[in-house]
Design a protein around this ligand. Structure first.
Ligand SMILES: Nc1nc2c(ncn2[C@@H]2O[C@H](COP(=O)(O)OP(=O)(O)OP(=O)(O)O)[C@@H](O)[C@H]2O)c(=O)[nH]1
Length: 164
């Protein structure tokens, strides 16, 4: 659990670091169901980890809620000398999935908080949109209900007038 401050608002964020190994996949999928934000991480010095992102994205698509917010992070940016995945490849993949992209280093902390702050911002924005949509449909519903009620009372009035 971590508290992140966004626009003066203190947000409590619960972060789950899911295991990458195949044998934990069943457990990992259970995390997706309640996820609001997901940070896909690969290792820039390890091409297979980058290639696996497609599989992770596929799982998230299948198991996570539709409005889950995702970003892509290429970790170990401090190991430039061992780089196997170019920044451009990372950017392009992120674009393919409509995600924002960061290169980061857990070792030097470069771009780590930025990545988590960004995904949290995206989640908050999505929540605000949901609330706005909900209030919008509630407004429409109430408008329709009022119109129907008005129409009903007009009809009653008309009937009464006729009967006299
Ligand atoms: N140089 C460098 N090493 C890192 C960085 N992040 C992690 N490591 C090292 O990479 C190794 C694996 O790190 P983990 O945090 O265990 O990786 P993981 O993805 O959580 O592993 P699984 O969940 O078991 O798949 C460790 O030796 C870390 O010290 C980084 O940004 N730079």
């Amino acid at each position: 659990m971590k508290t992140i401050e966004i626009d003066g608002l203190k947000v409590r964020v619960q972060i789950w670091d899911t295991a990458g190994q195949e044998r934990y996949q069943t457990i990992t999928k259970q995390y997706y169901r309640r996820a609001q934000g997901i940070v896909f991480v690969y290792d820039i010095t390890n091409m297979p980890s980058f290639q696996h992102i497609a599989k992770w994205a596929c799982d998230v698509d299948e198991y996570a809620p539709d409005d889950v917010q995702t970003i892509l992070v290429g970790n170990k940016a401090d190991e430039e000398f061992s780089r196997q995945v170019t920044k451009d490849q990372g950017k392009k993949l992120a674009e393919t999935y409509g995600m924002e992209f960061f290169e980061a280093s857990a070792s030097t902390s470069n771009n780590i908080s930025e990545s988590f702050i960004r995904v949290t911002e995206l989640v908050l924005q999505a929540q605000k949109r949901d609330v706005k949509d909900l209030l919008g449909s509630l407004d429409n519903y109430l408008d329709r209900a009022v119109l129907q009620e008005e129409k009903g009372s007009q009809d009653n009035h008309a009937q009464r007038t006729c009967a006299c």
